[in-house]
Write a protein that binds this ligand. Structure first.
Ligand SMILES: Nc1ncnc2c1ncn2[C@@H]1O[C@H](COP(=O)(O)OP(=O)(O)OP(=O)(O)O)[C@@H](O)[C@H]1O
Ligand SMILES: [Mg+2]
Length: 243
């Protein structure tokens, strides 16, 4: 069974269609790259998958269960399908450690000691254990994003969603975040990545989905997608690479 099966997802805002009949499947251990022009619906699609938006129709099966049914517990689901945001979304008034502990305590009901231990483990994994008492405002962009990734890992999510995790970063910081993501990939973490970094997407992903005006233009194993792109995907690659 696929870990995630998205079928015929539709979403519009104020009568404007943003997602049309979007379908794809994700297997455990997959890294799916979602590429597409600005406004093609990439963020909206990710937001539907962790219930930050409600699609108008379609189904999202996560481990066989439809997460759009009203019985789904949103906070619980967001711990299992966890999102890492472009703008980090750390709590400014809390230390790095407290940022990592909060949802573990509130959603997973872990004890203080356990949440602390798991936070330090994951901060070590992203190379930031020594920053545990720091406030986010004292960190670089790359460090903030690594904290956000550690915080996500603390929830033991089955899937991590990354929405342009490096696009708010200076070029110097991009590599350190990409390296952390590559090591997660080597560990077999299942992820969906929205990015404009085409070569990184190509290197890290097992599957590529190209969205064009809210529709799936192409969804294929990454190697195949880049070797035999659809006409629209080829045009997109040409433009992105020339930037
Ligand atoms: N909450 C909202 N209300 C109204 N329109 C919205 C809302 N969220 C997104 N949209 C519109 O939906 C379309 C798709 O937006 P989305 O953010 O999903 O695109 P994207 O592919 O992530 O673009 P980018 O690469 O710039 O991040 C855009 O036209 C956007 O203006
Ligand atoms: Mg977006």
């Amino acid at each position: 069974m696929s870990i995630l099966t998205v079928s015929n997802l539709k979403k519009s805002f104020d009568g404007e269609s943003v997602l049309e009949d979007v379908s794809f499947t994700l297997e455990k251990g997959d890294c799916l790259a979602i590429l597409g022009n600005s406004g093609s619906g990439k963020s909206t699609l990710l937001r539907c998958i962790n219930l930050l938006e409600r699609p108008d129709s379609g189904t999202i099966l996560f481990e066989g269960e439809n997460i759009l049914s009203h019985s789904a517990n949103e906070n619980r689901l967001r711990s299992r399908i966890n999102m890492v945001f472009q703008s980090f979304n750390l709590f400014a008034n809390m230390s790095v450690l407290d940022n990592c502990m909060l949802a573990q305590r509130k959603v997973l009901r872990r004890s203080k000691e356990e949440a602390r231990r798991i936070s330090l483990e994951n901060l070590a994994k992203v190379g930031l254990k020594e920053k545990c008492d720091a406030l986010p405002s004292t960190l670089s962009g790359g460090q903030k994003q690594r904290v956000a990734i550690a915080r996500s890992l603390c929830m033991n999510p089955e899937i991590i969603l990354f929405d342009e995790p490096t696009s708010a970063l200076d070029p110097m910081m991009v590599a350190e975040v990409c390296n952390v993501m590559s090591s997660l990939r080597e560990e077999g973490v299942t992820m969906i990545l929205v990015t404009h970094q085409i070569e990184f997407a190509r290197n890290i992903s097992s599957k590529t989905l190209f969205l064009h005006q809210g529709k799936v233009d192409l969804c294929a194993p990454t190697e195949e997608a880049f070797l035999h792109p659809s006409p629209r995907f080829a045009e997109f690659l040409k433009v992105e690479r020339s930037l």
